[in-house]
Design a protein around this ligand. Structure first.
Ligand SMILES: Cc1cc2nc3c(=O)[nH]c(=O)nc-3n(C[C@H](O)[C@H](O)[C@H](O)COP(=O)(O)O)c2cc1C
Length: 319
């Protein structure tokens, strides 16, 4: 597969990132994706620095290939996590960031030769990140699993590509080689996938949650947190329905108290991943869940997606 100079500079065989999913993407999953030639990314989430350091060590022990870490900038432990990443600077190729602006860490990452790639959901944010001096952006549409913006991948990616002079990686709603090829047609240099890796053999997601992803149809996801201002795409389950019911009732009040949802919402992804309980766990997953029908190894996922995309892109250029 043809790689852009930026993707080549990361040392990848395939321009496919595995999203740094909180609670899901540990060192084992990231290493498996990197060993398959993509970019595995450890999800830092809200974990303390020591926990992220353990996952980094696991990845180092399992792969010689480049991998990355996702830093949640709103995490109370963000400084510790950044410090742990910098300690392992020779082993970490990329930092992706969510929920904020990584500007205050850019100089340190640049000095450590680590590429910084924030996730953006709008052109304005992409422009702001480009001005801060990041290396590339991940343009993520609202089809994706987890926290989402307002635009679709199809509309967002080409607008971001036109707006900034940096490599763009497309995310959200990409589940196979057709989606990857389409993202390239929109001007992306690579793709990031999350939902399909939830059910990778190497993923530690609880079997009940995995089964819900595998069983999901196209219309089986919903958005929670819309009223409270932190929309998140999850598979419809009792927990998600209860959450939105309470949220709607609060929104109808003159003085909504969305904090009353904290008890239900806090830790809900962790509970889904660890216990699989549909009453209390948020099964975060994207609309593409309807296409994910098999638990496969990270290697099979990476190879089948990239080979299919390659075939389609070559066919296009031969026509
Ligand atoms: C369970 C889950 C957890 C996620 N956690 C994070 C996260 O902590 N940080 C982040 O930047 N993106 C997170 N994401 C988004 C993914 O990294 C990725 O961009 C997204 O899943 C791509 O869309 P897709 O689900 O349609 O493949 C999460 C996604 C899922 C499904």
């Amino acid at each position: 597969m043809q790689l852009s100079p930026f993707m080549q500079s990361l040392g990848l065989q395939y321009p496919l990132f595995q999203g740094g999913m909180a609670w899901v993407a540990d060192g084992k999953l990231a290493a498996a994706v990197s060993n398959a030639g993509g970019l595995g990314i450890i999800g830092g989430g809200n974990a303390p620095g020591s926990a992220v350091a353990t996952e980094i060590q696991t990845a180092i022990s399992l792969t010689e290939r480049p991998f990355g870490v996702n830093v949640m900038l709103l995490s109370p432990h963000v400084d510790e996590v950044v410090a742990e990443i910098l300690k392992q600077k020779d082993n970490i190729a990329v930092v992706t960031t969510g929920a904020g602006n990584p500007a205050r860490y850019l100089e340190q990452f640049r000095a450590a030769n680590i590429k910084v790639i924030p996730v953006v959901g709008s052109v304005a944010l992409a422009r702001m990140m480009a001005r801060s001096g990041v290396d590339a952006v991940i343009a993520e549409g609202m089809e994706s699993g987890g926290h989402i913006g307002k635009l679709t991948t199809m509309a967002l990616v080409p607008q971001v590509v036109d707006a900034i002079d940096l490599p763009v990686i497309a995310a959200g709603g990409i589940g196979d080689g057709r989606g990857m090829a389409a993202a390239f047609m929109l001007g992306a240099q690579g793709v990031q996938m999350g939902t399909r890796f939830l059910v990778a053999t190497e993923s530690k997601v609880h079997p009940t949650y995995k089964k819900a992803v595998l069983k999901a149809k196209d219309i089986d996801t919903m958005v929670t947190g819309d009223y409270a201002g932190h929309p998140s795409r999850v598979i419809k389950n009792p927990m998600a329905k209860k959450y939105v019911q309470i949220e709607k009732a609060e929104a109808a009040k003159t003085h909504p108290d969305f904090e009353s949802l904290d008890e239900l919402g806090n830790g809900s992804l962790r509970r889904a991943v660890q216990t699989g309980d549909p009453q209390t766990g948020a099964y975060m997953a994207g609309e593409i869940a309807g296409m994910v029908q098999e638990e496969q190894s990270a290697q099979t996922i990476v190879q089948t997606v990239c080979q299919q995309a390659d075939r389609l892109l070559n066919r296009k250029s031969e026509e």
